[in-house]
Design a protein around this ligand. Structure first.
Ligand code: FAD
Length: 377
């Protein structure tokens, strides 16, 4: 039997669900096909950080803010938990403080809502910051934490109940020949297909992907058990290493010296692309990470050395009532070396939207809005 929808979305990761939401909100009849029985890609493996501060000033930062606003609308409407507690980059070295202070000075003119905090003010913002040797923190109010596993599990039901979006799990899209889409054992007819298949470059339109210049990035992550007595850390925490990682901070003239010191003093952190980030889940666990290994062939085995480096670094700035590691995993995302994400047209009526890199949670809802605008939906 042939089934019918107006928009067919491949993948129930955050990018697929954001596109389904954007199309359904415009009154379109939408179906989402997800090959796994529940979303298990990058979108459930991440920190859940909506992180505008990571974006370079200008259009990308504005895009992150647009996405944040759309996220909050969805989270409120779906009655999902989120923590608009902002972020703190905590610093313990002079060269880190110099970069953070320079950024705080430049920030207002660039559109960021940033503030340099003294050590005392930083400690007042978060019970999770280690006081010994703390020089201060870069405080930004725009960051929001969601619980990725809770959110990605709940959004399909919300989309169904609120907009009649059909999310079909356990259905791999095998072939797209518009308007026909072969899905598992079914045949669908749709007006437009939007492919949000994450880091799978081989199954659909392999030639398009092969010429797109994408690679994969593997990240190792850890999670503690739940913290006792409802303890919450407040703002998500980042650190000196993070200052050297995100493009936002590249405007700082003092950054090269920090990078040089990190390279010379701790080459292992640079080698594995490690930087210390901490977020907290709905149940109170702390999510710790991460590392960055680049390449199409992903090593399915984690390196204990990387986990130890992450833990060692995070122990330098995080204090928490309970320090028991409960889970370890890795995630993989697709990344383009220069572009913030790709929107490709492999054939008429098909759009591939992929590779928002390490900012897919942050940007997804604005990316989806832009896709709808381009498609005239
Ligand atoms: C460890 C880690 C931490 C991160 N932290 C953050 C963060 O804190 N903030 C942030 O902004 N970003 C973060 N990111 C990046 C973010 O998670 C990704 O950019 C985003 O999740 C990508 O979403 P996606 O929907 O494109 O991919 P995915 O979530 O991987 O979803 C793709 C889906 O498509 C499905 N699929 C593939 N092929 C088919 C097919 N043929 N038929 C049907 N279904 C198919 C897959 O099964 C999968 O469920 C992180 C990423 C990782 C890995």
């Amino acid at each position: 039997m042939e089934r019918r929808a107006e928009i067919g979305v491949v993948g129930a990761g955050i990018l697929g669900l954001a596109h389904a939401y954007a199309a359904a909100r415009r009154g379109r009849r939408v179906v989402v096909w997800e090959r796994d029985w529940r979303a298990s890609g990058a979108s459930v493996r991440n920190f859940g950080l909506l992180w505008p501060i990571g974006q370079p000033h200008g259009p990308m930062y504005q895009m992150a803010l647009r996405s944040r606003a759309a996220w909050i609308e969805v989270l409120n409407d779906a009655r999902l938990p989120y923590w608009p507690d902002g972020s703190l980059h905590v610093v313990y070295r002079q060269d880190e403080a110099v970069v953070a202070r320079e950024f705080a000075e430049l920030a207002p003119a660039l559109g960021y809502e940033c503030e340099w905090l003294s050590a005392k003010e930083t400690l007042a913002r978060s019970p999770a910051v280690r006081p010994e040797g703390l020089l201060g923190g870069l405080w930004n109010r725009t960051e929001v934490t969601v619980d990725p596993r809770v959110t990605l599990a709940a959004l399909p039901a919300y989309l169904d109940e609120r907009f009649g979006v059909e999310v079909r799990f356990g259905t791999a899209v095998r072939q797209i020949d518009p308007p026909v889409v072969e899905v598992g054992t079914e045949r669908w007819k749709v007006d437009q297909v939007i492919v949000c298949s994450g880091a799978d470059f081989e199954s659909l339109y392999p030639q398009t992907y092969a010429g797109a210049g994408l690679t994969r990035v593997k990240l190792q992550m850890l999670r503690t058990t739940a913290q006792p007595d409802g303890w919450r850390m407040g703002p998500a925490l980042a650190s000196g290493l993070t200052l050297s990682f995100y493009p936002a901070f590249q405007v700082c003239t003092t950054l090269p010296a920090l990078r040089q010191r990190i390279r010379e003093e701790t080459p292992e952190y640079e080698r594995w692309g490690i930087h210390g980030l901490v977020s907290q889940t709905a149940a109170g666990e702390l999510t710790l990470g991460d590392s960055h290994e680049y390449g199409l062939a992903v090593d399915i085995f984690n390196r204990e050395e990387i986990d130890q480096l992450i833990l060692h670094y995070i122990c330098g700035f995080l204090r928490a009532p309970k320090w028991e590691i409960a889970q370890r995993w890795y995630g993989v995302y697709a990344k383009h070396p220069e572009k913030p994400y790709l929107s490709l047209i492999p054939e008429p009526r098909v759009r591939i939207v992929t590779s928002p890199g390490g900012a897919g949670m942050t940007l997804s809802f604005a990316v989806a809005e832009d896709t709808m605008r381009e498609l005239g939906v």
